[in-house]
Design a protein around this ligand. Sequence first.
Ligand SMILES: *Cc1c(COP(=O)(O)O)cnc(C)c1O
Length: 486
Amino acid sequence: METIYDISEPGKKACSLPRLDVPEKDIPYLIPKKHLRGRIPRLPEVTEGEIARHFTNLSNTNFAVDTVFYPLGSCTMKYSPKVNELLSKMEGFSDIHPYQDESQVQGALRIMYELADWLAEIGGFTKVSLQPAAGAHGELTGLAMIRAYHEHNGNPRQKVIIPDSAHGTNPATAAMLGYKVVQVPSDKYGGVDVNALEKLLDDQVAAIFLTNPNTLGIFDRNILKINEMVHSVGALSYCDGANLNAILGKSRPGDMDFDVLHFNLHKTFSTPHGGGGPGSGPVGVNKILEPFLPVPVIEKDDVLDAYYLNYDRPLSIGRIRAFYGNFAVIVKAYCYIKALGRNGLNHVSDISVLNANYLKNKLKRIYDLPYDVPCMHEFVLSASKQKRLGIKARDIAKRLIDYNIHPPTIYFPLIVDEALMIEPTETESLRNLDLFVEAMERIAEEAINNPEKILEAPHNTAISRLNEAEAARHPRLSCLPSDVIK
Ligand SMILES: *Cc1c(COP(=O)(O)O)cnc(C)c1O
């Protein structure tokens, strides 16, 4: 694919202005002279039409939720209504500044206050902070609060228990906060092995990290018992809320006796995401963790009927990012929840679970399904049958691209060999689900009759199969000519 430098030619311009017909005047520089460039940068010289074509063609090479079905397990790549994008870009939202006086941004504070209130209701918690910038950041915030809680009680404790099916951010978070990570195995139903957990619990355990439903898409039937066991040794229970789409309006982590939960607003509540952002990972807590929430907390003065930022919280873990949260994502989540209402959110989980079970039941005829139980919003197949023919999960993922479908998540969770983790979400029609089934069936046939075709896939993309070892060792991160980078 050509870069914009390849089509550059000296003298080409994207606009033409009339000759200056007023006297030229020197304007004092706002930027100190020493910071100014000495020579004109070598920017590409192209016509307006070429610019338009170049970027339109580039965007057409995107594999995005706006162009294809995107069943990327755990990531909830649902289609997010464009109206929420438009609303979050309105001047009143996009032109305000975090240093503005509270009195000038009452509307923004009200949106944050109300969203926090709704999330608390949805999750079953007493208070929510909107500050964390992503799910993983929510984990860091939540576990920092748990640590502060234990320190406040005189013993910070040393260990955090995490299931072998967990998302990698869970142990990373615990390690970053200086905890020792202790792994608990899964039982044959895909839930936490309660007997193994029993043996790991003692007064040095600060917390358990659970995802429910977990990364296999399975709701842990022992969840109340597990949280009771954890609390009985004085430890707290953290819920990774990345899979909230499965239980919206049905059950609440707070009611399952979790002490803290992070929400991934970008996954569940309507922000198109991927490639690192944008995100927002609010945390909800119960009464015992409330004093430790990051500052500032948004509060409402009922007498003055005004919202304000409260910094006066002596036990707070402090600030965890600049300002108050990823505001544009907050606005989108607010609009989404307001538009759907209680019944609408309930319907989201109905359809996301229905869609996943539909796909699971169709696909388990041809692919191995290691945990064959009714699933929630996602399920995990294994390419173990195909592996015997020399075709791995990675190859199937690449071949799906030729069928115009984004690959599912692969090789996660780690407890499934050749894992293909599939999350259709509620925004896909039956037609799209059937097209996916058809593609997966054809790939299974190809694995038998034409394995070369799969091993060389993708065939239809701008860039075909990369040498992954080479890409990792010697990544080429820029296509600019080297004299421009210098
Ligand atoms: C996505 C995800 C996370 C991390 O969330 P980010 O918003 O990507 O930081 C954590 N746990 C699970 C199960 C996830 O799917």
